[in-house]
Design a protein around this ligand. Sequence first.
Ligand code: AMP
Length: 396
Amino acid sequence: MKILVINCGSSSCKFQLFDMDTGVVLAKGNADRIGIDGKLSYKSSKGADLEKDVELPNHKVAVKLVLSQLTDPETGVISDVSEISAVGHRVLHGGKFYSESVVVNDDVKRVIRECFPLGPLHNPANLTGIEACESVLPAGTPQVAVFDTAFHMTMPPKAYTYALPYEISEKYSIRRYGFHGTSHRYVSKRAAEFLGISTEGLKMVTCHLGNGSSFAAVKDGKCVDTSMGLTPLAGICMGTRTGDIDPAIVPFIMQREGLSPEEIDTLLNKKSGVLGVSGVSSDFRDLAKAASEGNERAQLALDMFSYQGSKIVGSYAAAMGGVDVIVFTAGIGENTDTIRDAIIKPLEFMGAKIDPAKNNGTRCEAVISADDSKVKIVVIPTNEELAIAQETMALI
Ligand code: AMP
């Protein structure tokens, strides 16, 4: 069975075609700069590796191009689009309506549309991608929506309610939703499998540390709290996002700098985080290099990240009454042993202890805790596309 995974952004259409029988990625790429100066990048398991300029006026044309690339007689990997059994779409926001992935129908499309105000950059593009696939794939090809928010829908009201006037929260559906749900679901399940333990009664903290970073407290395999909020701006400081700050800072800066709502949104989302603090980069590799050369602000940004990470993991231990397993994943979580070490060090008081020999240099699935650690600490590489493909296959 072959499953196509589509991740449409406002001007891009990323894709991966999986052979689910072998687990092989047959092809992947991106139809990018839609509505600007279209570019297609494409790699296949047969060795094709190409980049070309293309006309991409809209998402429908982009999806059509992806399908014609996949069926190209020379560089394609399938002979006909009918070989695609289903399409799994990454959808940012399912509001409070979906705690699982769903097969797309008119109701699902209506909900994705209703959630436009909650995901103004992504949800319209996600829906456009779904409609584009519907219009160019053979009638009846199932489409599945896999929501970034779904895994977090099991949080109790005390974790997701903001202390705002209740009527305002109700009126605008303001609450903690959380993101990276597909990744948190995937690595929490995989970590339990890898350790050979049941999720029943298990208390886990999953740390998705990438350019965007979030944490989830997972009890009995279900999310009970997470660090991102109404939007992905909340929680730990990130590549370019502030993470949690005193909300009064927002009007304070707006008034003094004369910024519009759009301008402050850009400042908080794109110019802050470790980039804003260091003035160097949003990339942790650049920060580590600058810090090793004596750049104090780069070191401060790294210290802030680890400090905030430790505090979040510690607070989730309190939320769940303990932690059995801590999972590190995503670009930083999978690759940066120094950050893993710095996050865990202050948690030794609760029995979480890293073994440097296991941690240093580890970039793959592995246990990195010391033999006498009360908490198992593991690295589990995330694979959101594969998770979307697996959820799609399970549903159809
Ligand atoms: P992601 O959003 O998961 O792709 O993660 C992106 C971030 O992970 C980058 O900005 C880097 O800071 C970090 N990262 C990715 N790869 C590596 C690596 N090989 N070594 C250290 N950090 C990495």
